[in-house]
Design a protein around this ligand. Structure first.
Ligand SMILES: Nc1nc2c(ncn2[C@@H]2O[C@H](COP(=O)(O)OP(=O)(O)OP(=O)(O)O)[C@@H](O)[C@H]2O)c(=O)[nH]1
Length: 352
């Protein structure tokens, strides 16, 4: 399995002139979780080095998953000439893949420039140039999740019903726990009994603790979890919230309340506010990002179910219109099917 949890050695004291930006943020993907152990926290063991074959296996799954999106775009480049018909066909294929009007226009303009500069006459080469243009557009989304600057690092997770929040939290918990981080789960989805049970199963599997309360107030559960996380010296508190649509204003207000109450338990928290999006959602994903970002000021995204979607282009729309970092992408239901986001790999997989 690909390991994406990395212990960050304590940074040397910054000198006023040469003080660099936080190293974790500038770290290149795929290491999307960077652990910075606070001075008196037991250090998190160094993971085994990333093995290229494991990453390759996962990339193959991503490619297979995105084939529905990619094949329609790739067929544009099977002709013999680079002409207006090719650009028109490409425009239609990008729009069909839910790239959105703005990102499609941006990509086409950028591509025309690249084709001119490269002086190429081969449509197949244009595909490579499109992959470059896409990778450049998506690069601002590639950013690591930082663990360890705070104890605990409080991560609040939101999203519409069935997006894959609980599954993603389970996968994330598994990765964190297997790398030695102590995790506390907060079952702040107090409406759906099955959601609590599902989270409890993940907690049990990973032998991590869970704070749960039947029918209780989600904000109260979150408060208790953050307080307990602090008292018990946990590295991470993951708060699972109930699914909701951005149009359900009272439920969006409830999310804001959870965030406020978490802040009361720990003035610096939540340190991360993640939105989980179903990759099959298409353009509506962008609507979700905007609405949840407006309500909660998101710090990151998890895009699930990229296995078997024809709508993978929506990441370009997000990059263009609301560039919230994509910490992880999900390409299946299994534990190992959560991976870090890499702009170049994703673009190449999308066009393969
Ligand atoms: N194929 C695929 N299925 C996934 C992925 N992530 C989650 N799922 C499935 O999506 C379904 C919903 O996942 P949940 O984790 O229950 O979603 P949720 O957002 O917590 O749902 P609510 O609590 O009802 O809002 C489950 O059947 C998961 O197994 C993924 O990356 N790929």
């Amino acid at each position: 399995m690909f390991s994406f949890f990395r212990k960050k050695p304590p940074a040397p004291p910054p000198s006023p002139e040469t003080s660099p930006p936080p190293a974790a943020v500038s770290s290149p993907a795929p290491e999307a979780i960077v652990a910075i152990p606070p001075p008196d926290v037991p250090s998190i063991p160094e993971p085994a080095p990333v093995s290229p074959p494991a990453r390759q296996g996962w990339l193959d799954r991503l490619k297979a998953g995105l084939r529905k999106t990619g094949s329609s775009i790739a067929t544009v480049f099977t002709g013999t000439r680079i002409d207006e018909a090719l650009y028109e066909e490409l425009e239609a294929a990008l729009l069909m893949a839910d790239t959105g009007v703005k990102a499609t226009e941006h990509l086409l303009t950028d591509l025309r420039r690249r084709v001119k500069e490269a002086k190429t006459t081969d449509p197949a080469a244009v595909k490579g140039l499109l992959a470059d243009a896409m990778a450049d557009l998506l690069t601002p989304l590639q950013k690591p999740l930082v663990i360890g600057e705070h104890q605990p690092t409080v991560i609040m997770v939101a999203g519409v019903n069935g997006a894959g929040k609980t599954t993603s939290i389970g996968k994330l918990t598994r990765h964190l726990a297997s790398e030695g981080a102590s995790v506390l789960l907060a079952a702040a989805d107090t409406f759906r009994a099955a959601a609590r049970e599902q989270l409890a199963v993940w907690a049990d599997r990973n032998t991590v603790e869970i704070i749960t309360q039947q029918g209780g107030d989600p904000a109260a559960v979150s408060f208790d979890a953050v307080t307990a996380g602090k008292a018990r010296g946990k590295d991470v508190v993951l708060v699972d919230t109930a699914g909701r649509l951005p149009t359900q204003l009272h439920l969006m207000e409830e999310l804001r309340k959870i965030k406020r109450v978490v802040q009361k338990a720990d003035g610096t928290a939540p340190h991360e506010v993640l939105l989980v999006i179903d990759g099959n959602t298409g353009q509506n994903a962008l609507t979700q990002v905007k609405a949840f970002d407006d309500a909660l000021q998101l710090t990151g995204l998890v895009i699930t179910k990229l296995d078997g979607t024809a709508k993978g282009g929506v990441l370009c729309a997000i990059a263009m219109e609301r560039p919230v970092p994509v910490y992880f992408i999900g390409v299946g239901e299994k534990l190992e099917d959560l991976e870090t986001f890499n702009a170049r790999e994703f673009s190449q997989a999308l066009l393969s």
